[in-house]
Design a protein around this ligand. Structure first.
Ligand SMILES: Nc1ncnc2c1ncn2[C@@H]1O[C@H](COP(=O)(O)OP(=O)(O)OP(=O)(O)O)[C@@H](O)[C@H]1O
Length: 336
């Protein structure tokens, strides 16, 4: 299957006086095959938007190579731009224009046939409100308009950063159906999202990024299978014992992901060893069950972002150049 999007060894460094030089992308790789719905996942600040902005020529990379639809970018962007539709960060629309005026203006500028405006309004479910001013739209309606604008030129590749943002549950389901329909018509769709249950339902394949590097990729089934061996859910008689159990299990070399009322363990060969280890620490198990792992658990484990009882995780996924490769101690990866 031909690759529609290819990235190899992409590097991007941001420099700031306050935070020094930090790698947002640290040799990142990604490949998306034609006709797939591909999920692009990563914790806050892990480099997703930087990747997408770099691909679209909005940011200059510091190293690596990228190709869209078989053409090296950014050099070939003028050639491929007409075949790539993207929403990266919320686009701004004229508040006094209606959705139909907005799309007609964009269609005119992009030499798209006027009839396509009504087609995309229908596709995103805005037909009945298309004549009203954008300033009267809800967040979800603006999001639908943004998707409509990216679909106008019937692109071969559609890139959407958080398309479900602001959509109600019905809207999320409609977006899911729309993405599948577009893929069935031959379009390749790349979605970044934090709604992992949704990604598991929609996507054929995923890339997971952490600290500016790829930590997992491939068909969703394969990524789940690679990480599902020995997954066990543990509940204790006392929820307040979970931190002590996390500590004891981690010291014994078990990979533990904390949840408010249970722990998920990975790589457990014999569940009986867990029961014995906890009992030796006066921690008593009320449930020990093998589980089929889901994308959320895989994500939390691979990106080490699972909540730890009693701790407040600080967001910082960039890595200091010349540092240890770990996030900085001060947290707050919200730009310089
Ligand atoms: N203009 C900038 N100047 C300095 N640092 C930046 C800039 N833009 C992004 N960064 C940093 O680069 C890192 C990656 O940010 P990016 O926006 O790519 O993350 P993300 O994965 O899209 O996060 P989110 O899920 O929160 O949208 C973060 O540490 C961020 O603070």
């Amino acid at each position: 299957m031909p690759a529609v999007l290819e990235i190899e060894g992409l590097r991007k460094t941001y420099k700031s006086r306050r935070r020094g030089t930090r790698n947002a992308l640290d040799g990142f790789d990604m490949r998306v095959d034609a006709g797939q719905v591909h999920g692009f996942l990563g914790p806050n600040g892990s480099g997703k938007t930087t990747t997408l902005r770099t691909l679209l020529g909005l940011i200059r990379p510091d190293g690596g190579r990228m190709a869209l639809l078989g053409h090296e970018v950014p050099g070939a962007l003028p050639t491929v731009a007409g075949q790539v539709g993207a929403i990266v960060e919320s686009p701004q629309f004229f508040p006094h224009f209606s959705a139909r005026d907005t799309l007609s203006l964009l269609a005119g500028a992009g030499e798209v046939p006027a009839a396509r405006v009504d087609e995309v309004l229908e596709l995103v479910g805005l037909r009945d409100r298309a004549g009203e001013r954008v300033k009267t739209y809800s967040l979800g309606m603006k999001q639908r308009l943004a998707v409509a604008s990216a679909l106008l030129k019937n692109p071969k590749l559609l890139i959407l950063d958080e398309p479900a943002n602001g959509l109600d549950p019905g809207g999320i389901r409609e977006m899911r159906t729309l993405m599948r329909t577009l893929a069935e018509s031959g379009m390749t769709v790349v979605l970044s999202s934090h709604i992992l249950g949704e990604i598991q339902l929609i996507c054929d394949s995923v890339t997971i990024i952490s600290l500016g590097r790829r930590v997992a990729f491939g068909p969703v089934d394969e990524v789940l299978a690679q990480h599902s061996s020995g997954a066990v859910r543990v509940r204790l008689e006392a929820v307040s014992d979970l931190p002590a159990a996390t500590d004891a299990l981690t010291r014994a070399g078990v990979r533990v992901t904390g949840h408010p009322d249970h722990l998920m363990l990975a790589g457990v060969d014999k569940p009986a060893t867990v029961t014995r280890l906890l009992a030796e620490n006066n921690l008593y198990v009320s449930e020990l069950a093998p589980v089929a792992v889901d994308l959320e658990s895989v994500f939390l484990e691979l990106t080490a972002t699972a909540p730890v009882p009693g701790q407040h995780r600080q967001v910082d996924e960039s890595t200091k150049v010349g540092g240890t490769g770990q996030p900085g101690p001060t947290g707050g990866g919200w730009g310089a």
